[in-house]
Design a protein around this ligand. Structure first.
Ligand SMILES: Cc1cc2nc3c(=O)[nH]c(=O)nc-3n(C[C@H](O)[C@H](O)[C@H](O)COP(=O)(O)OP(=O)(O)OC[C@H]3O[C@@H](n4cnc5c(N)ncnc54)[C@H](O)[C@@H]3O)c2cc1C
Length: 445
């Protein structure tokens, strides 16, 4: 049965508490900082898409220069605080730490990064000063990581930025998508406020490009436009029974958890989650944490091809989620309009496809799962209608860019809207690259 309010408020609070608790005191942070070998070629820095100078900020923590450490991080990544909570560090900086080669625990880079950036936010340290006004104005669409990062760089250079955001809060998927046990909505709000506290950035909420505002208007009223609109809704399964009550979109499910509160979000007794990316993991673990009795994740390939990291999979397994590999949804059966069963095809691996991963091939055999809720998390599809309306060059509705510029003069783009959906840290870097391209376009560098 699908129902909400399954747990007590204490249970919800415990289930959704911070998965990576911070340091309890400065001594603990210093002890970890002093383990760093300060490698001359810093593989941790090379593996960070925003190139944070990791050895430098860790040295600054070791020498109790926390403000300097925060500035080092924010200079490369203005969402350094959020990234310290959500980055898949096991495949980035911490995965590259040389201690792994020595079969020792890597330096807890994310935890150290969190230590100084959270202190900066708490103390409201203003670490950057805007240059004198250039008199130029830039419009950014989307207050997600790409848009915010672009806005901060431009504001620092003396440009007045207006961000148009369709939702009532900033942060993009940081606020509306990422699991609550990684970042809370309150933290996301604080982070947006900290970023905009530099000045020169106005966010106009509930303003949707294509509805409330048009690209022509923005082009007319601003010197340049940056599109950081992200990717859209969850991909449809295109199988019979998809419209039955109990079939939900992972993004909407997570959005509700983040915006309505845990107790208000209904969840089934037996939940199937389709997909094995980060969205699928977040949907499965959160369904379990909302009180679902059984959560089964289905993936049409094997563990070797899954898009999520091993660490993410471990989180789901530790939460008690089951995984069925080599299984693809074939049809959903219901009764009285509600989901009752999910029929799946058994798959086997064939030749590698365009992604280089071995492709799933139907064996012709099937199996059936009794379920009362199905969460679709098999990827996202870009905003097809909007992209068509904007009349912008695209490839399968991912905006096409060259040096961050679209085919429309003065219009730039970046983040998930261009790469089709990567991670926050990639979107932050895309925002920085977009800002650099805009500065060049405006002949300000
Ligand atoms: C469920 C889920 C879990 C994830 N977990 C992680 C994780 O743990 N770690 C990680 O690093 N990454 C994670 N990601 C990926 C990460 O959230 C994104 O890569 C990142 O947020 C992309 O930033 P962006 O600014 O390009 O787009 P978004 O964050 O999507 O921001 C786009 C913004 O544009 C706004 N917008 C869209 N259309 C319009 C319009 N027409 N007019 C005005 N505004 C508009 C949106 O409301 C939004 O605020 C996850 C993604 C999902 C879906």
């Amino acid at each position: 049965m699908i129902k909400h309010n399954r747990l007590s408020s204490e249970q919800y609070a415990e289930n959704f508490s911070d998965i990576h608790p911070p340091y309890e005191n400065s001594t603990a942070a210093k002890v970890d900082a002093n383990r760093c070998l300060f490698c001359y070629d810093a593989p941790c820095m090379k593996s960070c898409p925003t190139s944070i100078d990791v050895p430098k900020f860790i040295k600054q923590i070791a020498t109790e220069n926390i403000k300097g450490s925060a500035k080092t991080i924010f200079s490369s990544n203005i969402m350094g605080a959020g990234c310290s909570k959500v980055c898949p560090v096991e495949k980035l900086c911490e995965g590259a730490c040389v201690y792994n080669l020595l079969e020792e625990e890597p330096i807890p880079i994310a935890k150290l990064q969190r230590y100084s950036t959270e202190m900066a936010m708490k103390e409201n340290w203003q670490l950057f000063q805007r240059k004198n006004s250039t008199g130029k104005k830039v419009a950014i669409v989307g207050a997600g990581p790409a848009g915010l990062s672009c806005a901060h760089v431009l504001s620092r250079e003396g440009i007045d930025v207006t961000i148009y955001e369709k939702e009532s809060k900033g942060g993009g998927l940081m606020t509306y998508g990422i699991a609550a046990y990684k970042v809370t909505p309150q933290f996301c709000e604080d982070e947006v406020n900290y970023i905009t506290s530099i000045g020169g950035i106005e966010i106009k909420y509930n303003q949707e490009l294509g509805n409330d505002i048009s690209l022509a208007e923005l082009k007319r009223n601003y010197d340049a436009v940056y599109l950081g609109i992200g990717v859209g809704v969850a991909r449809q399964l295109e199988i019979p029974g998809e419209k039955l009550e109990g079939v939900v979109d992972a993004i909407e499910f997570i959005y509700d958890i983040r915006s309505k509160g845990y107790a208000s979000v209904p969840v089934g007794d037996k939940v199937a989650v389709i997909g094995m990316g980060m969205t699928a993991i977040d949907a499965a673990t959160q369904a379990k944490r909302l009180g679902a009795k059984e959560v089964t994740m289905l993936y049409r390939r094997t563990e070797a091809e899954m898009p999520c990291t091993k660490h993410e999979l471990d989180i789901a397994m530790l939460d008690g989620c089951e995984v069925i590999w080599l299984a693809a949804p074939q049809k959903i059966k219901g009764s009285a309009g509600k989901v009752k069963q999910l029929v799946c095809s058994k798959m086997k691996l064939g030749e590698p496809d365009a992604s280089g991963r071995r492709s799933p091939v139907d064996t012709g055999e099937t199996f059936t799962l009794d379920v009362d809720m199905i969460i679709k998390a098999a990827g996202q599809t870009p905003y097809e209608k909007l992209i068509k309306k904007l009349n912008i060059q695209h490839s399968k509705f991912k905006i096409t860019i060259e040096n961050c510029a679209t085919n429309i003069r003065g219009v730039f783009a970046g983040g998930d809207a261009v790469n089709g959906g990567k991670e926050v840290v990639d979107a932050v870097q895309a925002g920085k690259d977009g800002a650099a391209a805009i500065l060049k376009f405006l002949k300000l560098c």
